[in-house]
Design a protein around this ligand. Structure first.
Ligand code: DGL
Length: 271
């Protein structure tokens, strides 16, 4: 069995690369639903439907464990898939998200107990981060700011442009205008590490900026340690295959920028 990594587009590559640094021995299948990205502006029902289709697709391709390397899908689809869909599928299939491990990590990072969240509109609207945080750290306040232009900038490879500076500054300023006590920012969208240099430029200097790759990789390592029945069923040849619902050549040329290495991708239709 391989480990499936899913995102609406290229963003999950930031998670995949950290997972492969931490757990290079396993075999992975990456699926980007680039044909239907972005998810961040879509309704609950649509994100759920698209995510479920892609998860089923990964299950049909030798994956037994799928990581939703997408906050929007984790916020809007994970719970329903785990509670409503998985019980009707074959035994032993698992889906994990990225929000819970991120929230677990912030408790030790903030001193002021005021944390900023930069994410898609869908993730902000879902209130998933404040709700998860309330369960684990009731003394931490999460202030959210939706950044609807950031994913399109990244998906169109415009994130290094001067136009990107305008939108990075706009949403970063809007976040700090809501509460100047914020000492930690969560980049709550797997695309956003691509903008980290610009975010650092416009955020106050002393602020911690939390990206999710290493956190999710560590949490997966811990999960596999605790679930030996899944760990022993994972093949260990260190391979990765990339699939996209868009054109494979287009995915290859953009993905190689994200990963700093050439890759080969294959086109696939969502189920
Ligand atoms: N990378 C996805 C996330 O973490 C988002 C993107 C989208 O809007 O498609 O939320």
């Amino acid at each position: 069995m391989k480990i499936g990594i899913f995102d609406s587009g290229y963003g999950g590559l930031t998670i995949l690369s950290k997972i492969r640094d931490r757990l290079p021995q396993y075999d992975y299948i990456y699926l980007g639903d680039n044909a239907r990205t972005p998810y961040g502006t879509r309704s609950f029902e649509v994100v759920y439907q698209y995510t479920l289709e892609c998860v089923k697709r990964l299950f049909s391709m030798e994956c037994r464990l799928v990581i939703l390397a997408c906050n929007t899908a984790s916020a809007k689809a994970l719970r329903t898939i785990q509670q409503t869909d998985l019980p009707h599928m074959r035994e032993g299939l698992r889906v994990l998200g990225v929000i819970r491990p991120t929230v677990e990590a912030i408790g030790s990072l903030t001193r002021t107990r005021v944390v900023g969240l930069l994410a898609t509109d869908g993730t902000i609207q879902s209130q998933s981060y404040p709700m998860e945080t309330e369960k684990l750290f009731p003394d931490i306040k999460v202030i959210g700011q939706a950044c609807p232009m950031w994913v399109p900038l990244i998906e169109n490879n415009e994130h290094h442009s001067a136009g990107a500076d305008y939108f990075v500054r706009k949403y970063t300023d809007a976040l700090f205008a809501k509460d100047s006590r914020i000492d930690t920012i969560i980049l709550g969208c797997t695309h956003y590490p691509l903008l980290i240099e610009k975010i650092r430029r416009y955020a106050p200097q002393e602020v911690n900026i939390v990206t999710q790759g290493e956190i999710v990789a560590e949490s997966l390592a811990d999960y596999l340690r605790r679930h030996t029945e899944i760990e022993t069923s994972c093949t260990k040849e260190g391979t990765v295959r990339f699939f996209t619902t868009e054109n494979a050549e287009k995915f290859q040329s953009s993905a190689s920028i994200f990963l700093n290495a050439p890759i080969t991708a294959e086109h696939i239709a969502a189920l």
